[in-house]
Design a protein around this ligand. Structure first.
Ligand code: SF4
Length: 391
């Protein structure tokens, strides 16, 4: 049976948020005060996961999920407004990876797709869903598909994967003599196909640590600790620990409420402006030092993400057209911006020809300091506007 990916629930301590609550246990409970909104990117990810699931089911369970079923399913999924053509290639890359991983087993492994895992042995009330699990001989392999491309995710030391691995081991260790645990992350849009392998002792020790931190987290206990994990925390905008970590407030000792007030937000923004500038200067400096061969503790310079480009575009296009591809398919026609056309025509002609076909929409709300000359705006309806509407 296909899984409804959009209803994948999250426990207070979800495996996907483990990187955060393992470092900062009380964040788990604090987060529940904030709405859990689903971004467009997350919905896209759900759609891509559904495509992956269908492709894997067809490959491994062709009898139950025939080619016809696959075609129908993919047709339905590709009618979704979030579908993009590139999803086909990325989900193929994932399914190819899983097929290859299955071939690495001496005998055909057991294949579990979209397997719900009970994680309550280490996380109170915890559960999760593994995208794919392969088990054969003494090896358990958990594979996760990530469609996002904002943050690269690697398998090595990945707490979410280790938690899933523990959940799968806990469930299947009675049936299989598992002593080796492999975890993989496939993030095709960033070209990441990463695998890590662990012995059982390592996973067991990690599960003890998870169990300890989760017990604190569900009670809202432990220390608030800010770090790079804050960027995925729903409390990140008003979290006191994060604010204080960033502006390094001196002499803070007494216990204050966990969320900062709007007065403090204003103060931190003013102070933070300098912190941001200082950080940027520091980054420039550190990069220069690293490039000069000097050591900056914990940092190094690397090549940025590379970009593919034609060596000779004319030659390349000629070769593609020679294969039968129509020339028009290789070019896009898009309208010039209003400002560019005005520049082409000149202000006067432009205004006389299309002046009445232009509308000016209000700019995107921007945060500035009180000293700025522009009048303040808000989403609140003023008494004057409300009066106008009623009449
Ligand atoms: S934003 Fe605050 S509560 Fe959230 S992880 Fe960071 S320090 Fe913890």
């Amino acid at each position: 049976m296909m899984v409804d990916h959009s209803t994948r629930a999250h426990a207070i301590c979800s495996a996907s948020g483990a990187h955060r609550w393992l470092h900062c246990p009380p964040s788990a409970l604090l987060e529940t005060k904030f709405p859990d909104t689903t971004s467009e990117a997350a919905k896209e990810g759900t759609l891509a996961h559904e495509m992956c699931e269908a492709k894997l089911r067809n490959y491994f369970f062709t009898k139950e999920f025939s080619k016809r079923k696959l075609t129908n399913r993919l047709k339905k999924l590709s009618a979704d407004p979030l579908y993009q053509k590139e999803m086909d290639g990325h989900t193929d890359a994932y399914t190819d990876f899983v097929k290859q991983a299955a071939l690495c087993f001496e005998h055909q492994p057991s294949v579990l797709i979209e397997q719900k895992l009970d994680l309550s042995s280490i996380i109170p009330g915890g559960f999760g869903t593994a995208d794919c699990i392969l088990i054969g001989g003494n090896v358990l392999h958990v594979i996760d598909f990530k469609y996002g491309k904002g943050v690269p995710v690697e398998a090595e030391g990945n707490p979410q994967m280790l938690i899933y691995a523990w959940g799968a081991y806990y469930r299947y260790s009675l049936l299989y003599p598992i002593d080796t645990i492999r975890v993989s992350i496939v993030q095709p849009r960033l070209d990441i196909f990463s695998t890590s392998e662990y012995d059982l002792d390592t996973v067991r020790t990690f599960s003890d640590y998870v169990s300890h931190q989760a017990a604190l987290a569900v009670k809202g206990e432990g220390e608030f600790k800010a770090g790079d994990w804050c960027r995925f925390c729903r409390a990140r905008k008003t979290c006191r620990a994060r604010a204080e970590e960033n502006v390094k407030l001196a002499g803070f000792t007494e216990r204050k409420p966990p969320l900062i007030t709007n007065t403090e937000v204003g103060e931190y923004l003013r102070m933070g402006k300098d912190v941001a500038r200082w950080l940027s200067d520091l980054e420039d400096y550190a990069l220069t030092e690293c490039l000069a061969g000097r050591e900056v503790d914990g940092w190094k310079a690397v090549e940025g993400r590379s970009r593919r480009d034609w060596v000779d575009q004319e030659k390349a296009f000629a070769a593609i057209i020679a294969t039968g591809m129509p020339k028009e398919m290789l070019y896009e026609t898009s309208p010039l911006s209003l400002a560019k056309i005005e520049k082409l025509m000149g202000k006067k002609d432009f205004s006389a020809t299309v002046g009445d076909l232009i509308e000016k929409s209000p700019g995107k709300p921007t945060l500035v300091q009180e000293s700025d000359k522009r009048p303040a705006i808000s989403n609140q309806v003023t008494a004057k506007e409300a009066f106008k509407k009623e009449n």
